[in-house]
Design a protein around this ligand. Structure first.
Ligand code: GUN
Length: 284
């Protein structure tokens, strides 16, 4: 392997230390702790793990966690009533509704009901629109975390050819907006892209967020590229792997993220950063 590893755990830790200090400094001025409400609907095992991790990280950093667990069978009106209550609660700075939601619930309606200044996931059309207009406020956590990982390499973004593989609302699309904001010439690939190999081979920065193990072949990676793998796929033996064939990609890339230990630790860290930001702007 010739690529250097981008250590997401270390970058996340550095950012968390800074957040912890800012939160402690607020407390020393008599300000209340930032508060994050995490809404979990039902018993999806992966969602339970993600939400538990978010709640624990809150406690580590001095953010007040407001855990809300709703029954899998609730209807839209009940979930919207919960959002309305949290929107109106002055002691709550951030609201996160863990996705995916059970089938009978409509995620779009729910996301649009969250007050944009409490939308710490950055999924509300107001916050995405601000990002699209180069006026970022609360930024989607995973793409924001990827930008921090790219920044940690010390390489410049300006004029770089960036290719995003995957066009989901949560990662791919906002990732495209973030890279554009950072000055890259940005292409977003998706299921109708005709020649994915050729698109990836042109890229100086590749971000892959699809959820298919090994989708991006190592031989597609341009020599010297930076490769960010957002994929988190569970193998039959219980281990995790990304969307990029790691070993052959690492032979060619200059920088690459491991899975696990790359993007994963950044998502929760940027959620904490957004929660502090929401608290700071409410106090202002
Ligand atoms: N499900 C998968 N990723 C996310 C995320 O970043 N936020 C929320 N709320 N749900 C998710």
């Amino acid at each position: 392997m010739s690529a250097r590893l981008i250590d997401g755990k270390a970058v996340a830790q550095t950012i968390q230390v800074g957040l912890q200090a800012r939160i402690a400094e607020r407390a020393s001025r008599g300000l209340k702790a930032p508060a994050l409400a995490t809404v979990l609907v039902g018993e999806d095992p992966a969602s339970q793990i993600y939400v538990r991790n978010k709640r624990r990280t809150c406690e580590t950093l001095g953010i007040r966690s407001v855990p809300i667990h709703l029954d899998a069978g609730i209807d839209n009106a009940e979930l919207l009533a919960t959002i309305d209550r949290l929107n109106a609660d002055d002691s709550v700075d951030g609201i996160l509704v863990q996705l995916p939601l059970p089938r009978q619930l409509d995620a779009t309606t729910v996301i649009e009901r969250i007050r944009p200044d409490k939308d710490v996931d950055g999924f509300h059309p107001y916050n995405l629109g601000r990002l699209a207009q180069r006026l970022p406020t609360l930024r989607p956590c995973t793409p924001y975390g990827v930008i921090e990982l790219l920044r940690s390499t010390g390489e410049s973004f300006h004029g770089k050819r960036a290719v995003v593989v995957g066009a989901s609302n949560i990662v791919g699309r906002p990732m495209g907006l973030e890279l554009l904001l950072a000055g890259c010439t940005t292409t977003v690939c998706h299921r109708f892209t005709r020649d994915l190999a050729a698109e990836v081979a042109r890229a100086e920065i590749v971000v892959v967020a699809v959820g298919k193990p090994g989708l991006v072949r190592g031989e597609w990676i341009a020599p010297g590229a930076t490769v960010i793998d957002v994929g988190m796929n569970r193998n039959a033996d219980g281990s995790l792997s990304g969307d990029v064939e790691f070993a052959p990609a690492a032979e060619r890339a200059a920088w690459i993220t491991p899975v696990p230990g790359g993007v994963g630790p950044m998502t929760v860290t940027m959620l904490m950063s957004n929660t502090l930001k929401a608290a700071e702007s409410r106090a202002a």
